[in-house]
Design a protein around this ligand. Sequence first.
Ligand code: RIB
Ligand code: CA
Length: 315
Amino acid sequence: MSRQIIIDTDPGIDDAMAILFAFKAQALTVLGLTTVFGNVSVAQSTRNALSLVELAGVPVAVAEGAATPLQMPARSHPDFVHGKDGFGNIGWPAPRGEADSRSAAQFIVDQVRAAPGKVTLIALGPLTNLALALELDPGIAPLVEEVVMMGGTVHTTGNVSPVAEANIINDPHAADAVFGAAWPVTMIGLDVTHQVLLKAAVLERIQQANPDQGDFLAQAAQCYFNFYRGAMGIDGCFFHDAATIAYALEPSLFGCRHGAIRVATEGLAIGQTMMAPEGRQFAEPGWEDRPMVKVALEVDDVRVLSLFEQTLSGR
Ligand code: RIB
Ligand code: CA
């Protein structure tokens, strides 16, 4: 039985890897892509999501979402990582399709209400659309099968500040609301994505087996590889967004702990994801009555990369 997912996304080179991975995975049915600001503007995210749907040749709806965070001004888009177009400045042609008339939040509510207990939300960008869906219809939380989100870090150094990961710092208020809602959340953060290094050779092999999508990924990833080489001296790139798809397909590839997660919404630590481990009591207020979040801390990097390559190679 195929798992039904909605991918909330800000494509984004690693978002594109995740989305094409999900489209190719027979055990997943993608009900729609919902878009959000982040790596690029939301308008560019929507164009890119439509392009990925066309590239894969799948009949998947795209619904546009939030252009800004819930409460604070938007941060600048990281064009030095993903290029101005989010696809590594490769001059990819504009899509022909159009977005759904509904907002991302409304699309999420409609899909969850139509299939209670059966829809998983995979979030690859700032969590604004998920928070807006909760505002629109708080009753959806217990009806969602699982929220699997890429973002945050508990033990690993952040990638925007020493303590903050990009998706969380882009809308910390939304993230704190999502971690506090009555749905089961699994956090795939830097603790695991920094343990998985994707090298160019994997994309080259995918390119040979699946030239249409492989050519696109190999071209777009050049910009991403250049960033990692220049900024960190790394030969390859960290496997961020696509790790959520690996988790959705094969949760046993990840080792997880449970705890309450709070997000710092101001000050030097803004965007920090803090974990209170399950079973611990603290004198400080703010941690009581928070739901347990499943936090990935270990990962089988070899099997994750092999699942990605085999799925995208169509084997
Ligand atoms: O920190 C990694 C996340 O931020 C990924 O979702 C990537 O697309 C970037 O925006
Ligand atoms: Ca992303």
